[in-house]
Ligand binder design. Sequence first.
Ligand SMILES: NC(=O)c1ccc[n+]([C@@H]2O[C@H](COP(=O)([O-])OP(=O)(O)OC[C@H]3O[C@@H](n4cnc5c(N)ncnc54)[C@H](O)[C@@H]3O)[C@@H](O)[C@H]2O)c1
Length: 349
Amino acid sequence: MSRRKIIQRDNNGNTNNNNSNNGHHHHHHDYNGSPGTKVLVVGLGQLGLPVAQYVKQRGFDTYGHDISTRAMENAERMAGIKRASNFGDFDVYILCVSTHMPDDIYLPYADNLMAVARRISEEADDGALVCIESTIPLGTARKICTMFNHRLHVAHVPHRWYVHDQERYGVNQLRVAGGIEPCCLAMAVQFYSGDLNGNAFSSNNSRIKGSLGIPTHPVKSTEVAELSKTVENAHRYLQIAFAEELYIWCRLNNIDFWEMRDALNTKWNVNILEPRDGIGGHCLPKDTRMFLNSSQLIKSKILSAAVEVDMDYRNYKKFESQATTTTTNTTTSLKDSNSGIGKNVSIPV
Ligand SMILES: NC(=O)c1ccc[n+]([C@@H]2O[C@H](COP(=O)([O-])OP(=O)(O)OC[C@H]3O[C@@H](n4cnc5c(N)ncnc54)[C@H](O)[C@@H]3O)[C@@H](O)[C@H]2O)c1
């Protein structure tokens, strides 16, 4: 059955029963998805796999695609995600591809995402919804929509999934949502939240039966959604960098950092984070750089400094661990390394 026909019939007012083969799910108050709505998740890595699994659990007809045959096979085997033979005939596309350089996870990169968008632009049916969940540089969602010529709806719903606490910070936590046009946002809010937000922003698009049951915080543009993600990670980056700098400061001045941190954190509005092994992981360094590169007119001074502080901290930790492994007496060696670092070792501060 052609999707275009379904839209036409819907415009004539027969909105409810054309596309749904599940008797329980024919009014808008249902939160569960319906197998009458076909969803394709592109990119089945650390984020995309749990997303596809969740979409499938909600009852949507769920397919996947990944350029990595290993990722695709894994999704089929572990989660029963169906392999998409092409990009045509879907109601919703969820994009979860990586957005870092292939050989440097700290550098932002959007070529893979644009390649996926190009393929969708060639194969998708009119009126489908494209939800970008990957973290993207400012302006990317609009670029993609321009490529589609608004033949498809485009929304950016950046993800906050957290690998170390999927119970609390998994797929279904509150998400910021932005659309290119109001119809894009309305359709995205319908798909993600259904009636969870009240009906204020939701549409009644008959392509989508049921919802993911994920609360959304709608914003007026995809740009705000894009920035909200990179800035929330930049904010986190800044807080960790401050802890790293304090750590070095304390070592150089013979103050017990951990004792001082405990003391500081007794203040009701202070929360000094722990400096650990440098600001690593998939997201914080890359997203902070995305934000740093997001404007020709202003480049955050405080974040540029934070990136330098993180490099200093990594160098300092290397120096510290070398110093501690060369003697058996940790206390003395730390003390030596403290006085040594001020005099001989160049740490740019
Ligand atoms: N992992 C997290 O905790 C997390 C949290 C929030 C946001 N994000 C964002 O989500 C996105 C994906 O991150 P991830 O951790 O899942 O990365 P990942 O590297 O684990 O997975 C990305 C997947 O995309 C696939 N891919 C790349 N190019 C493709 C293409 N052209 N077509 C099809 N598939 C393609 C890769 O093969 C890989 O399987 C990134 O933008 C990341 O910043 C990740």
